[in-house]
Structure formats: C-alpha cells, structure tokens
Design a protein around this ligand. Structure first.
Ligand code: SAH
Length: 345
C-alpha cells in the first residue's frame, strides 16, 4: 500500500532513500518540493531523476485535505472544516494578529477530556489524527496564504483534541513543520495546550524541545476544577503544579495558563486570591480568555466589567496577566462548534 508522504519526518525519508539505494542528498530536495514549493505531484519535482520520481510515485501519495466549508469572520479569522480520508471532519482556524498569521490546529477527531464548557467534547474521541493529517492542516493553510503572498508564522495546538493524548504523532508532526527544509515555523512560535495530563507534562519536560507550553487551568481550586474538567479528578492541582515546576526548572521557559472567564463561576475575588497562591514563584502568566458561548452548554461569558475587574484584581496581586483578544465572534469560533453545527445540518 502507498504511504502518505506527509507521515515521514526527515529521518524516515533518509532511511527510505538509503534502503532503496538512492543518494541521500535527494532527501533535502524532496522535502523542499513538498514543503517549500508545496507541489502536489512527484512529476513536478523537476530536479529529481525521472527514475526517482517514478519510484516515489509507486510508493507514496501526496494527499490534500478536502475543504467542506469555511467561515470568514469580519476580523479576518477563517475557520476551515476539512474532511479526512475516512470521512471524519476536523476544524482548523486561521487567525490574523498584529504579529502575523497564526493557525489553530486539531489533534484528534473529537475529544475524550469532557470539559463541561467545551463544544469539542460533544463528539467523543473517534481517533487520533495521523502525523500527516496534523502536518496537512498547516500546509493547506499556508497554501491558502500563498495566494495572498503571506506566511503562516505561528501555530497553536488549541483546536479539537488533547495534544498530549496523541503525544507521538503531535511531536513528530511538529518536528516536520519545524524542519529547516520544510515549513520552518520556529519552535518558539508553536504553542501546545494541554488540559493537564500530568505524566505527559513530565515526558514533555524531558523532550528537549522549545515549543511553548500552555496549561488549561480554568479554575483556582480542586473542587471547582473537578466540576469543570474531569481530568482534575485524575490529577490534583498539587500534582499538576509539581509537574509544571519540574518542566519549568528543566526548561527555563515561561508557562502560559489559560483561564476562561465564566460568569459567576470562576471570576470572583476568591479565585484571584487562589490564583496568586498557585502561581507564586513560577515563571508564568495567566491568559484570560473570553468564553465563546456554546449553545449546548449552560455557561455564559463574564461580561466586560467583570472581565476587566478580574484582570485588575490579578494585576493588583502581582500576577502576570494578559487578556486574549476575542477572535471570530461572528462565526462558530469556539473549538468544535463549526463541526457540531455542521453535523446537525
Ligand atoms: N485539549 C487541550 C487543547 C484544546 S482546547 C486543552 O485543553 O488545552 C484549547 C483551549 O480552548 C483550552 O484552553 C480550552 O479550555 C479552550 N476552550 C474550550 N472551549 C472554549 C470556548 N467555548 N470558548 C473559549 N475557549 C474555549
């Protein structure tokens, strides 16, 4: 059976060439054709010997993601709904910031983490995305940007799925995306967001990579966190923060805590006090996220006043805090929303 060419990292490709008695330097050419020139046919790889092009054609396919639909927001946010080989639907989002274009990627079809406020979990995990399917989301969005002569400079793994529940494929895909002969998106421009799978945070700490780590915190004490995020029943805040400290000491990188503001749920003075205690001594900051309302869920977003008030309370307590710009408010921007609504017809 033919293999998806985007499943191969550079070492896999080198190994394939060696096994087939093909000169190693062709690896660099092939990667550049795939990821820099972004061609979709081996025929077009004009500096490769014809024999090699035929061999590659025999062994590999160069697929694309099928675009089912897209939604464009007035602020430039574009949400793509892609169909995969087996018919599964995934979402990827392009966001336009002052600092450049950023893509939000999915890592699984559906999600098993079951956060009570999130639309992604409306569909249980069907399967992990393959390496190639993660790579393709980036490549495809870059191909759309090529039409405007623009570059995709930043990635966040904050779409549907839990990246650390698909650890190996995520790491391999990022290594391809990050590779100097490929898309060359800098490691420090890539953020992985996790709901807090503690053993995987330790593994990531030892990985020796420079990607940013973001932790979905959303609550300031165990009781509340258990209500919002089932993962908190498996790992207490104490265990979570022990893992984070280990990561922090090993990597000397600043950690982001994502904190959704849910009206009357986690935006009170008590929460600000508790957050101060939790973050004490850590090189970290809290990113306050406006909640995108999900029809199927009972939560509502903290209003503008409560949001600014919470921001001020954290500032006054000496906690580093930022307020995330709201994007795609007029489209189904929350994770999993476009797919959920599409499936309903
Ligand atoms: N599973 C990972 C990554 C995907 S979720 C994680 O939990 O971090 C990415 C971020 O979007 C998380 O912080 C998540 O809590 C947040 N999120 C989920 N639903 C949201 C919504 N309706 N509005 C705003 N942010 C949401």
């Amino acid at each position: 059976m033919k293999q998806v060419v985007y499943d191969l990292n550079f070492d896999d490709l080198k190994e394939y060439l060696e096994k087939n008695g093909i000169k190693a330097f062709h690896g660099k050419q092939i990667f550049k054709w795939l990821y820099e020139k972004r061609v979709k046919s081996f025929d077009l790889m004009s500096d490769l010997p014809i024999k090699l092009r035929e061999k590659l054609e025999e062994d590999f396919i160069i697929p694309s993601l099928e675009l089912v639909t897209k939604q464009v927001s007035s602020d430039g946010t574009t949400k793509y709904l892609f169909k995969l080989e087996d018919g599964a639907l995934i979402e990827s989002v392009l966001m336009v910031f002052d600092y450049g274009n950023s893509a939000c990627l999915s890592t699984q079809v559906g999600c098993n983490m079951g956060c009570s406020f999130c639309a992604s979990g409306l569909l249980k995990k069907q399967r992990n995305l393959s390496v190639g399917e993660i790579v393709l989301q980036v490549l495809q969005i870059q191909i759309y940007l090529d039409e405007k002569g623009e570059r995709l400079g930043n990635l966040v793994l904050m779409g549907t799925g839990e990246p650390f529940d698909n650890y190996d494929n995520v790491m391999k895909a990022l290594a391809i995306i990050n590779h100097p002969f490929a898309l060359e998106i800098g490691a420090r421009h890539i953020s992985i967001s996790t709901c807090g799978l503690v053993p995987m945070i330790y593994r990531f700490a030892d990985e020796g990579v420079q990607y940013n780590l973001a932790i979905s915190l959303h609550a300031s004490n165990d009781e509340l966190r258990k209500e919002l995020m089932p993962v908190a029943k498996a790992y207490s805040l104490k265990e979570l923060f022990a893992a984070i400290k280990y990561y922090s000491e090993k990597n000397n990188r600043r950690i982001t805590f994502e904190y959704l503001l849910l009206n009357d749920v986690n935006d009170q003075t008590k929460n600000a006090d508790e957050l101060k205690e939790l973050l004490h001594g850590l090189n970290a900051y809290i990113n306050l996220i406006p909640y995108n309302t999900v029809k199927e869920k009972d939560y509502s977003s903290s209003g503008e006043r409560a949001t600014l008030n919470f921001y001020d309370m954290l500032k006054k307590r000496g906690v580093a805090v930022t307020l995330r710009q709201k994007k795609g408010d007029d489209i189904d921007a929350a994770c999993g929303q476009l797919r959920a609504n599409y499936n309903k017809g």
